[in-house]
Design a protein around this ligand. Structure first.
Ligand SMILES: [Zn+2]
Length: 113
């Protein structure tokens, strides 16, 4: 139930931001999802519709921006996107890499009325 708990935190954050802004209704929640986050956008939307019932986010649409996996070689510091799950550095073949992006799952912004 990974997505259910993530959806709960997204919803509560969106609601508190909307409250701060004095909004009456949340129309859209823009999210950033990393390729490696393991989060399925359709699942979030599904849970969101259930959890957001009777809140000002009830009719909000979730929109997702997928972030690709970006790696950085610890040896030569090259930043690259892995091809075909090959995480070795394309320059020096070093497989000792750092994940720079791809794990994120957070709210980019919300749109309110
Ligand atoms: Zn390298």
């Amino acid at each position: 139930m990974h997505e259910a708990s993530i959806t709960e935190s997204i919803l509560s954050l969106a609601l508190s931001k909307a409250q701060e802004a004095g909004a009456k209704k949340i129309t859209r929640v823009n999210l950033v999802l990393g390729e490696l986050s393991g989060v399925v956008g359709e699942c979030l939307q599904m849970y969101f519709e259930v959890l957001a019932q009777n809140t000002i986010a009830a009719s909000a649409v979730l929109s997702f921006e997928t972030k690709p996996t970006t790696l950085k070689c610890r040896k030569c510091a090259k930043v690259f996107l892995p091809a075909d799950h090959n995480w070795a550095c394309p320059d020096c073949r070093e497989a000792n890499v750092e994940i720079i992006s791809g794990r994120e799952c957070h709210i980019e912004s919300i749109e309110v009325d």
